[in-house]
Ligand binder design. Sequence first.
Ligand SMILES: [Mn+2]
Length: 316
Amino acid sequence: MTLKSEINICMITDNNYVIPTAVAMTSAICNKSSDSVYHFYLLINDVSADDLRRLSVLRRKDVKIDFIEVDASKYDKINVKTHVPKSAALKFDIPNTIKTDKVLYIDGDIIVCQDLEELYAIDLEDKIVGGVRDMVGELKQHFNQTVGCEKYFNSGVLLLDLKKMRDQNCSDLLIAAKMEHPQWKCMDQDAFNYVLNSKTKWIGVENNSMLALYQGCDYKIEEINDFYNVRYKSYEQLIKNSKIIHMAGKAAQRPWKVSNGTFGELWDSYYKQSPYKDIVLQRGVYCASKKKERLAAKIKKYTLFGFIPLFTIEEK
Ligand SMILES: [Mn+2]
């Protein structure tokens, strides 16, 4: 069997996000076709030797992982001059940090459900970025109007032509855009849209399914179909067809934070296969109402001997 050419995948993580990142990588590897080769470029900042050892366990013949220690001081300089948050600066600097011509950037709060070859092979033609429209960002939050665009992409899954980005000095343009608009609410997404929106190939919703956001807004499947110009019969069908599920939305609903989080069961199934499976997560319980939420924040989940579930209330 001949292996196909490499699929370059970029993720960014620090010490706080290393478990979700490892689980996202695990999901990608679990759902990889046997003839695809994934080459992960992990931009890391403040990640411990133990974490690197754990992440390294994911390496195989068909899964390459490069750890790229980011020179944090470089971004401190950017910070001082421009007040661009370090995490945004890291993302803006991808074309200079990763030397390949093309990369698929993915957030850590995702589950990869299918092989990524088809998504990676999308021809960007004369465009620079492949992105999925952000339905809630446009219809509820009006981020597209904030940056003066008709459509607006979510920056959690981005297919990037890094060669064109380097040729057109996109990193500098992104940093300048962020610097000139301190009022923008999103960490990096507004700047990406501001600079690259007119150079975007709009790709299908299945490549960045933000189901928790749609559900949070009570969107019916018909509304999702209208917005994305697709024809799903149900949420379930969209979930089944999703290549990447993105748990965008409330941070308090992320499955590594609460035991009843968004796509918790699916996320847990990959967590249990991840290099962190021996770590017992201390998770709270998500409650929709504010009052319940405050109470839930005090409740932490513990397991006894690693398998008997216990709940105890934190004394504070
Ligand atoms: Mn995200």
